[in-house]
Design a protein. Sequence first.
Length: 241
Amino acid sequence: MLLYKVKDFKELSRKAANIISAQVILKPTSVLGLATGSTPVGTYKQLIEWYEKGDIDFSQVTTINLDEYKGLGAADVQSYRYFMNDNLFNHVNVNKDRTFVPNGLTEDPEEACKAYDDLIAACGGIDLQLLGIGGNGHIGFNEPTDSYIKATHVVTLSENTRSANARFFASMEEVPTHAITMGIGGIMEAKKILLLASGKAKAQAIYDALYGPITPQVPASILQLHPDVIVVADEEALSLL
Ligand code: F6R
């Protein structure tokens, strides 16, 4: 595991964008596993800036997102598809037909989850998976549980996660109760993982994930078993190390 300690969110965003950009330059047909949430926003902004300068070309890239709220579609501003279009895809030359986010409006979630895992396999697996981390240690929407779930699946969001994400909704009642998430298998099968963490609210989760026992109660702790993980975290997120 390679750990980069950076000063703050700005440095974190630059370092993460550097790593993603190196991946795409070295392999223009990369399959990028992407995340939403506040943490990668600065990274995406930096990538857009470099794209505008002509330093990075997304034309042959495929992207596969970690998760989507159940019940929300591309037109919903809180959906993760909308977030990705708005924060990255609309501003770079990625082929939108090769950007994948789980379908939150599916009428057959079981089939949609299976199809998502088949899609990852058909793309040849994920070259670089970008991850944020929940205050409770979740990755994707793999919440603390008694056992790891390998496949893409429907998850009941914890109250902790729903309140953490309530800031994006008008009220707590509007926060979806369920989501579709890539499973721990899909994440762990990525060839390389880039985990980002910023701010004090992530300090305990990062400490537990990197130094605690490997347990599904701290889903990110499984990353200790992955052979190629890069962690980029700021001083506040690393304050308990
Ligand atoms: C988002 C995702 C989540 C977030 C995590 C941290 O696609 O899978 O695991 O990465 O909830 O969210 P932020 O970055 O908003 O603190």
